[in-house]
Design a protein around this ligand. Structure first.
Ligand SMILES: [Fe+2]
Length: 143
């Protein structure tokens, strides 16, 4: 399978610069993992990069959830569940890295690449569109 880095393009913008900037940072960390695999950069430690992603994601989700609830986004519960499912999946991958028969980094990266691009394009874009349609330029703490 061809494993290309995730290119930030305007397609991935949800139209909120603060959220976009955090998404860029998350994608940057995923790209570090792709470098690790493609360029065989052994000086990078895969579990450390994954742990960095987990920490950053945790803060990002909390802010995003606060933001959705503050605007009264009707699909907040569903969206928060997507975050929970993701957290659980990634935590399992992380644990498994330290067991016998650890998952291949490429398997984890494929999941991450797919999840983040889909989630940003569909789920995250949806709450921002909802906000723009119903509340214009009102801002909420968090983002
Ligand atoms: Fe989200």
């Amino acid at each position: 399978m061809k494993l290309d880095k995730i290119n930030w393009t305007n397609d991935l913008s949800i139209g909120n610069i603060n959220i976009d900037n955090e998404h860029k940072e998350l994608i940057e960390i995923c790209n570090e993992m792709i470098d690790f695999i493609k360029l065989n950069r052994k000086e990078l430690e895969f579990d450390k990069i994954l742990s960095k992603l987990i920490n950053y994601t945790w803060k990002h989700f909390r802010k995003e959830e606060t933001y959705m609830l503050a605007m009264g986004y009707p699909k907040s519960t569903e969206h928060i569940q997507y975050h929970k499912d993701y957290n659980q999946k990634v935590a399992t991958y992380y644990d498994e890295l330290f067991r016998s028969n650890p998952p291949e980094p490429i398997e984890i990266v494929k999941f991450l690449k797919n999840w983040w691009t889909n989630h940003i394009l569909h789920s995250d874009a949806d709450f921002e569109n909802h906000k723009k349609a119903t509340q214009g330029t009102t801002t909420y703490s968090g983002f």
